[in-house]
Each structure stands twice: as structure tokens, then as C-alpha cells.
Ligand binder design. Sequence first.
Ligand code: 8YV
Length: 333
Amino acid sequence: MTQSKCKVLITRRVYPEAVELFRDRAELDYNDSDDRLEGAELLRHAQGAIGIVTPTSQQFKSELLSALTDLRIIANIGVGFDNVDVPAASKLGILVSNTPDVLTETTADFAFALLLAVSRRIVEANRYLLEGRWTRGSIDFLAGHDVHGRTLGIFGLGRIGASVARRGRGFSMKILYHDLRRASNDLEAELGATFVSKEQLLRESDVVSLHVPLVEETRKFIAEPEFRLMKKTSVLINTSRGPVVDEQAIAKAVQEQWIAGAGLDVFEQEPRVNPALLKLQNVVLTPHIASSSEDTRRQMCLMAARNVLAVLEGKCPETLVNRSVWDSAPKSS
Ligand code: 8YV
């Protein structure tokens, strides 16, 4: 057990069960608010902390990490970890953890909800009705595109991508995917998924759904040249990270009808949304909530808290993204 109480910082309001886990086990500095800690304020709170529990909207750049000489672990509440300079953290011996698995199905549900909403123009139709514009119908009244029987192209067949593919199968969709590495034969067979090139996926898919992490190679992975390859009737769904898509290019592609629409939960500079996107009818925009079901967000908070507690107790956290730091660290017996 913990010999003396170590300082832990929770940078934003989390589910109370996660805070409770630290009771009597840490000296807690809890920012029980929805406002992000910025610059000097973040540094002041993080100073002396052994562990930090944080949503992925909080940035940890190398300069800040270098100043936090007591820090042993940053426990992200989220599967993504592009908010932390992981190479810098690793060099400094700081562990970084994330919350995979617990959010997979919830995020896949949401990606599919966007897929359905955009393809069948549900949000647009809702707006139409609420604005009192429904006075009569017509043969092609708010006609969208079918989902069943269409081709779903998935970039990144990891946990979330595969779960979206399963939902696609349930809707009798044909599944194409592209990834850095080909999936196992078993997974391909289970999903009925065909590995194709990036170009083929873009050319042949009716829905393109993004499930890649944000790394240098995936920045603006979908930009004007990619939109030009897509079908005019196709839709783009992004629940991964905003900078994976060139936001200006989506606005142009939708506006000029290179594609039929887009469903976007993530943006280049959150919480700012490119004003060009706000003017479009056939886009559905949501404020980064794909993993936001009560149960899942609670599980994510608990998992991040458990990862910090593990370090306080000298144990290996469940879900490290830089495991080599743990393996090479001297262990106290
Ligand atoms: C969350 C996410 O919105 O898991 C991720 O990487 O982006 C989302 O699930 C976010 O991490 C909440 O902190």
C-alpha cells in the first residue's frame, strides 16, 4: 500500500466514483470544473504531482513535461493520446496510459448513428419540420441514400473500426478497409472485410469512416485529392481526430457536391468549428461526444484513475501506451 500520500492532479471534472478511488490514498488536487487548466495555472497545479488524470483535450507538450520532475504517469481519459508528447514523456521516464476497449462499442454506435443520420438526411429533415416548412411532400422529398447493400470503407481496422464494420454487416453492407497492416485472416473472415488500397477504398465506398489515430502520417489524410476520388453520392464520417481531415477541403467537397455529405464529431481546433461547415445543410456536426454515454464515460474515468493508483502502489498500470518505460524503470521492492 501507499507509504505516504502522493499528490495526484485531476485536471477537469470527472465522474465522482473516480475521485472516490483516491480517498485516503492520495493528496488530491481536483479541478472540479469543466474549465481547462491553461499555461501557468496548469503548471502550478501539476507541480509535485506523481500522477495526472486528464481528458484528452488537455495538452502536455515536452516543455511542460520537463518541468514536472515528480511526475510518473499521465492517465488520459480517452483512447487517443495525441495530446501528450509521448516520445518526450518516455525520455523523461513518464508513463502514459489511455482507456481502450471500454469505449469501443459506444464510439462505434455513434459513428454508425452519424452514418445513418447523414445518409438518410435525418437532421436536415428534423430541421425542415421544426422550421415549419413541411406543407406538402414530393416524390424525391428529402430523398437520401440507402445504407443497406452499400459499400462501407473503413480506414483503420482497429478495435473501433472493426466494431463499425460489424454494424455495417448487420445492415448488409459490403466492407472494404485500408490500414497500415493487413488484419488477420480470422478478423477479415469474421467481418467479411476486403483489404484494398487507399485509392480503391475512396473510389468504391458509399460511406468512408475514419478510425485512425492522429500521427504525423495521418494529418490531413483526407484532403482535396482524396475528396475528388470519392463518389458524388458518398458520405464521410469522422469520429477519430479532426486534423485527420482537411476541414476547409470537406467544406468545399460538400458545398461543391463532390460528395453527398459528412458526419463529423471531431474538428481541427476544438472547440472551434470552421464557419464554412456551419453553413452546409447536409452535414451533421457534433461536439466530440462519440464516447459519451454515461456508462462509458464513467468507465473511462475509473480506468484512468486505476492506472494512477497502480503507479502509487508500485504496480504496472493496465493500459500503458509506452510500456517500455515501465519495463526499463528500476522497481522498488
Ligand atoms: C473523448 C476521445 O471525448 O477516446 C478518445 O480518444 O477522443 C474521446 O473518447 C475524450 O478522450 C474525453 O477525454
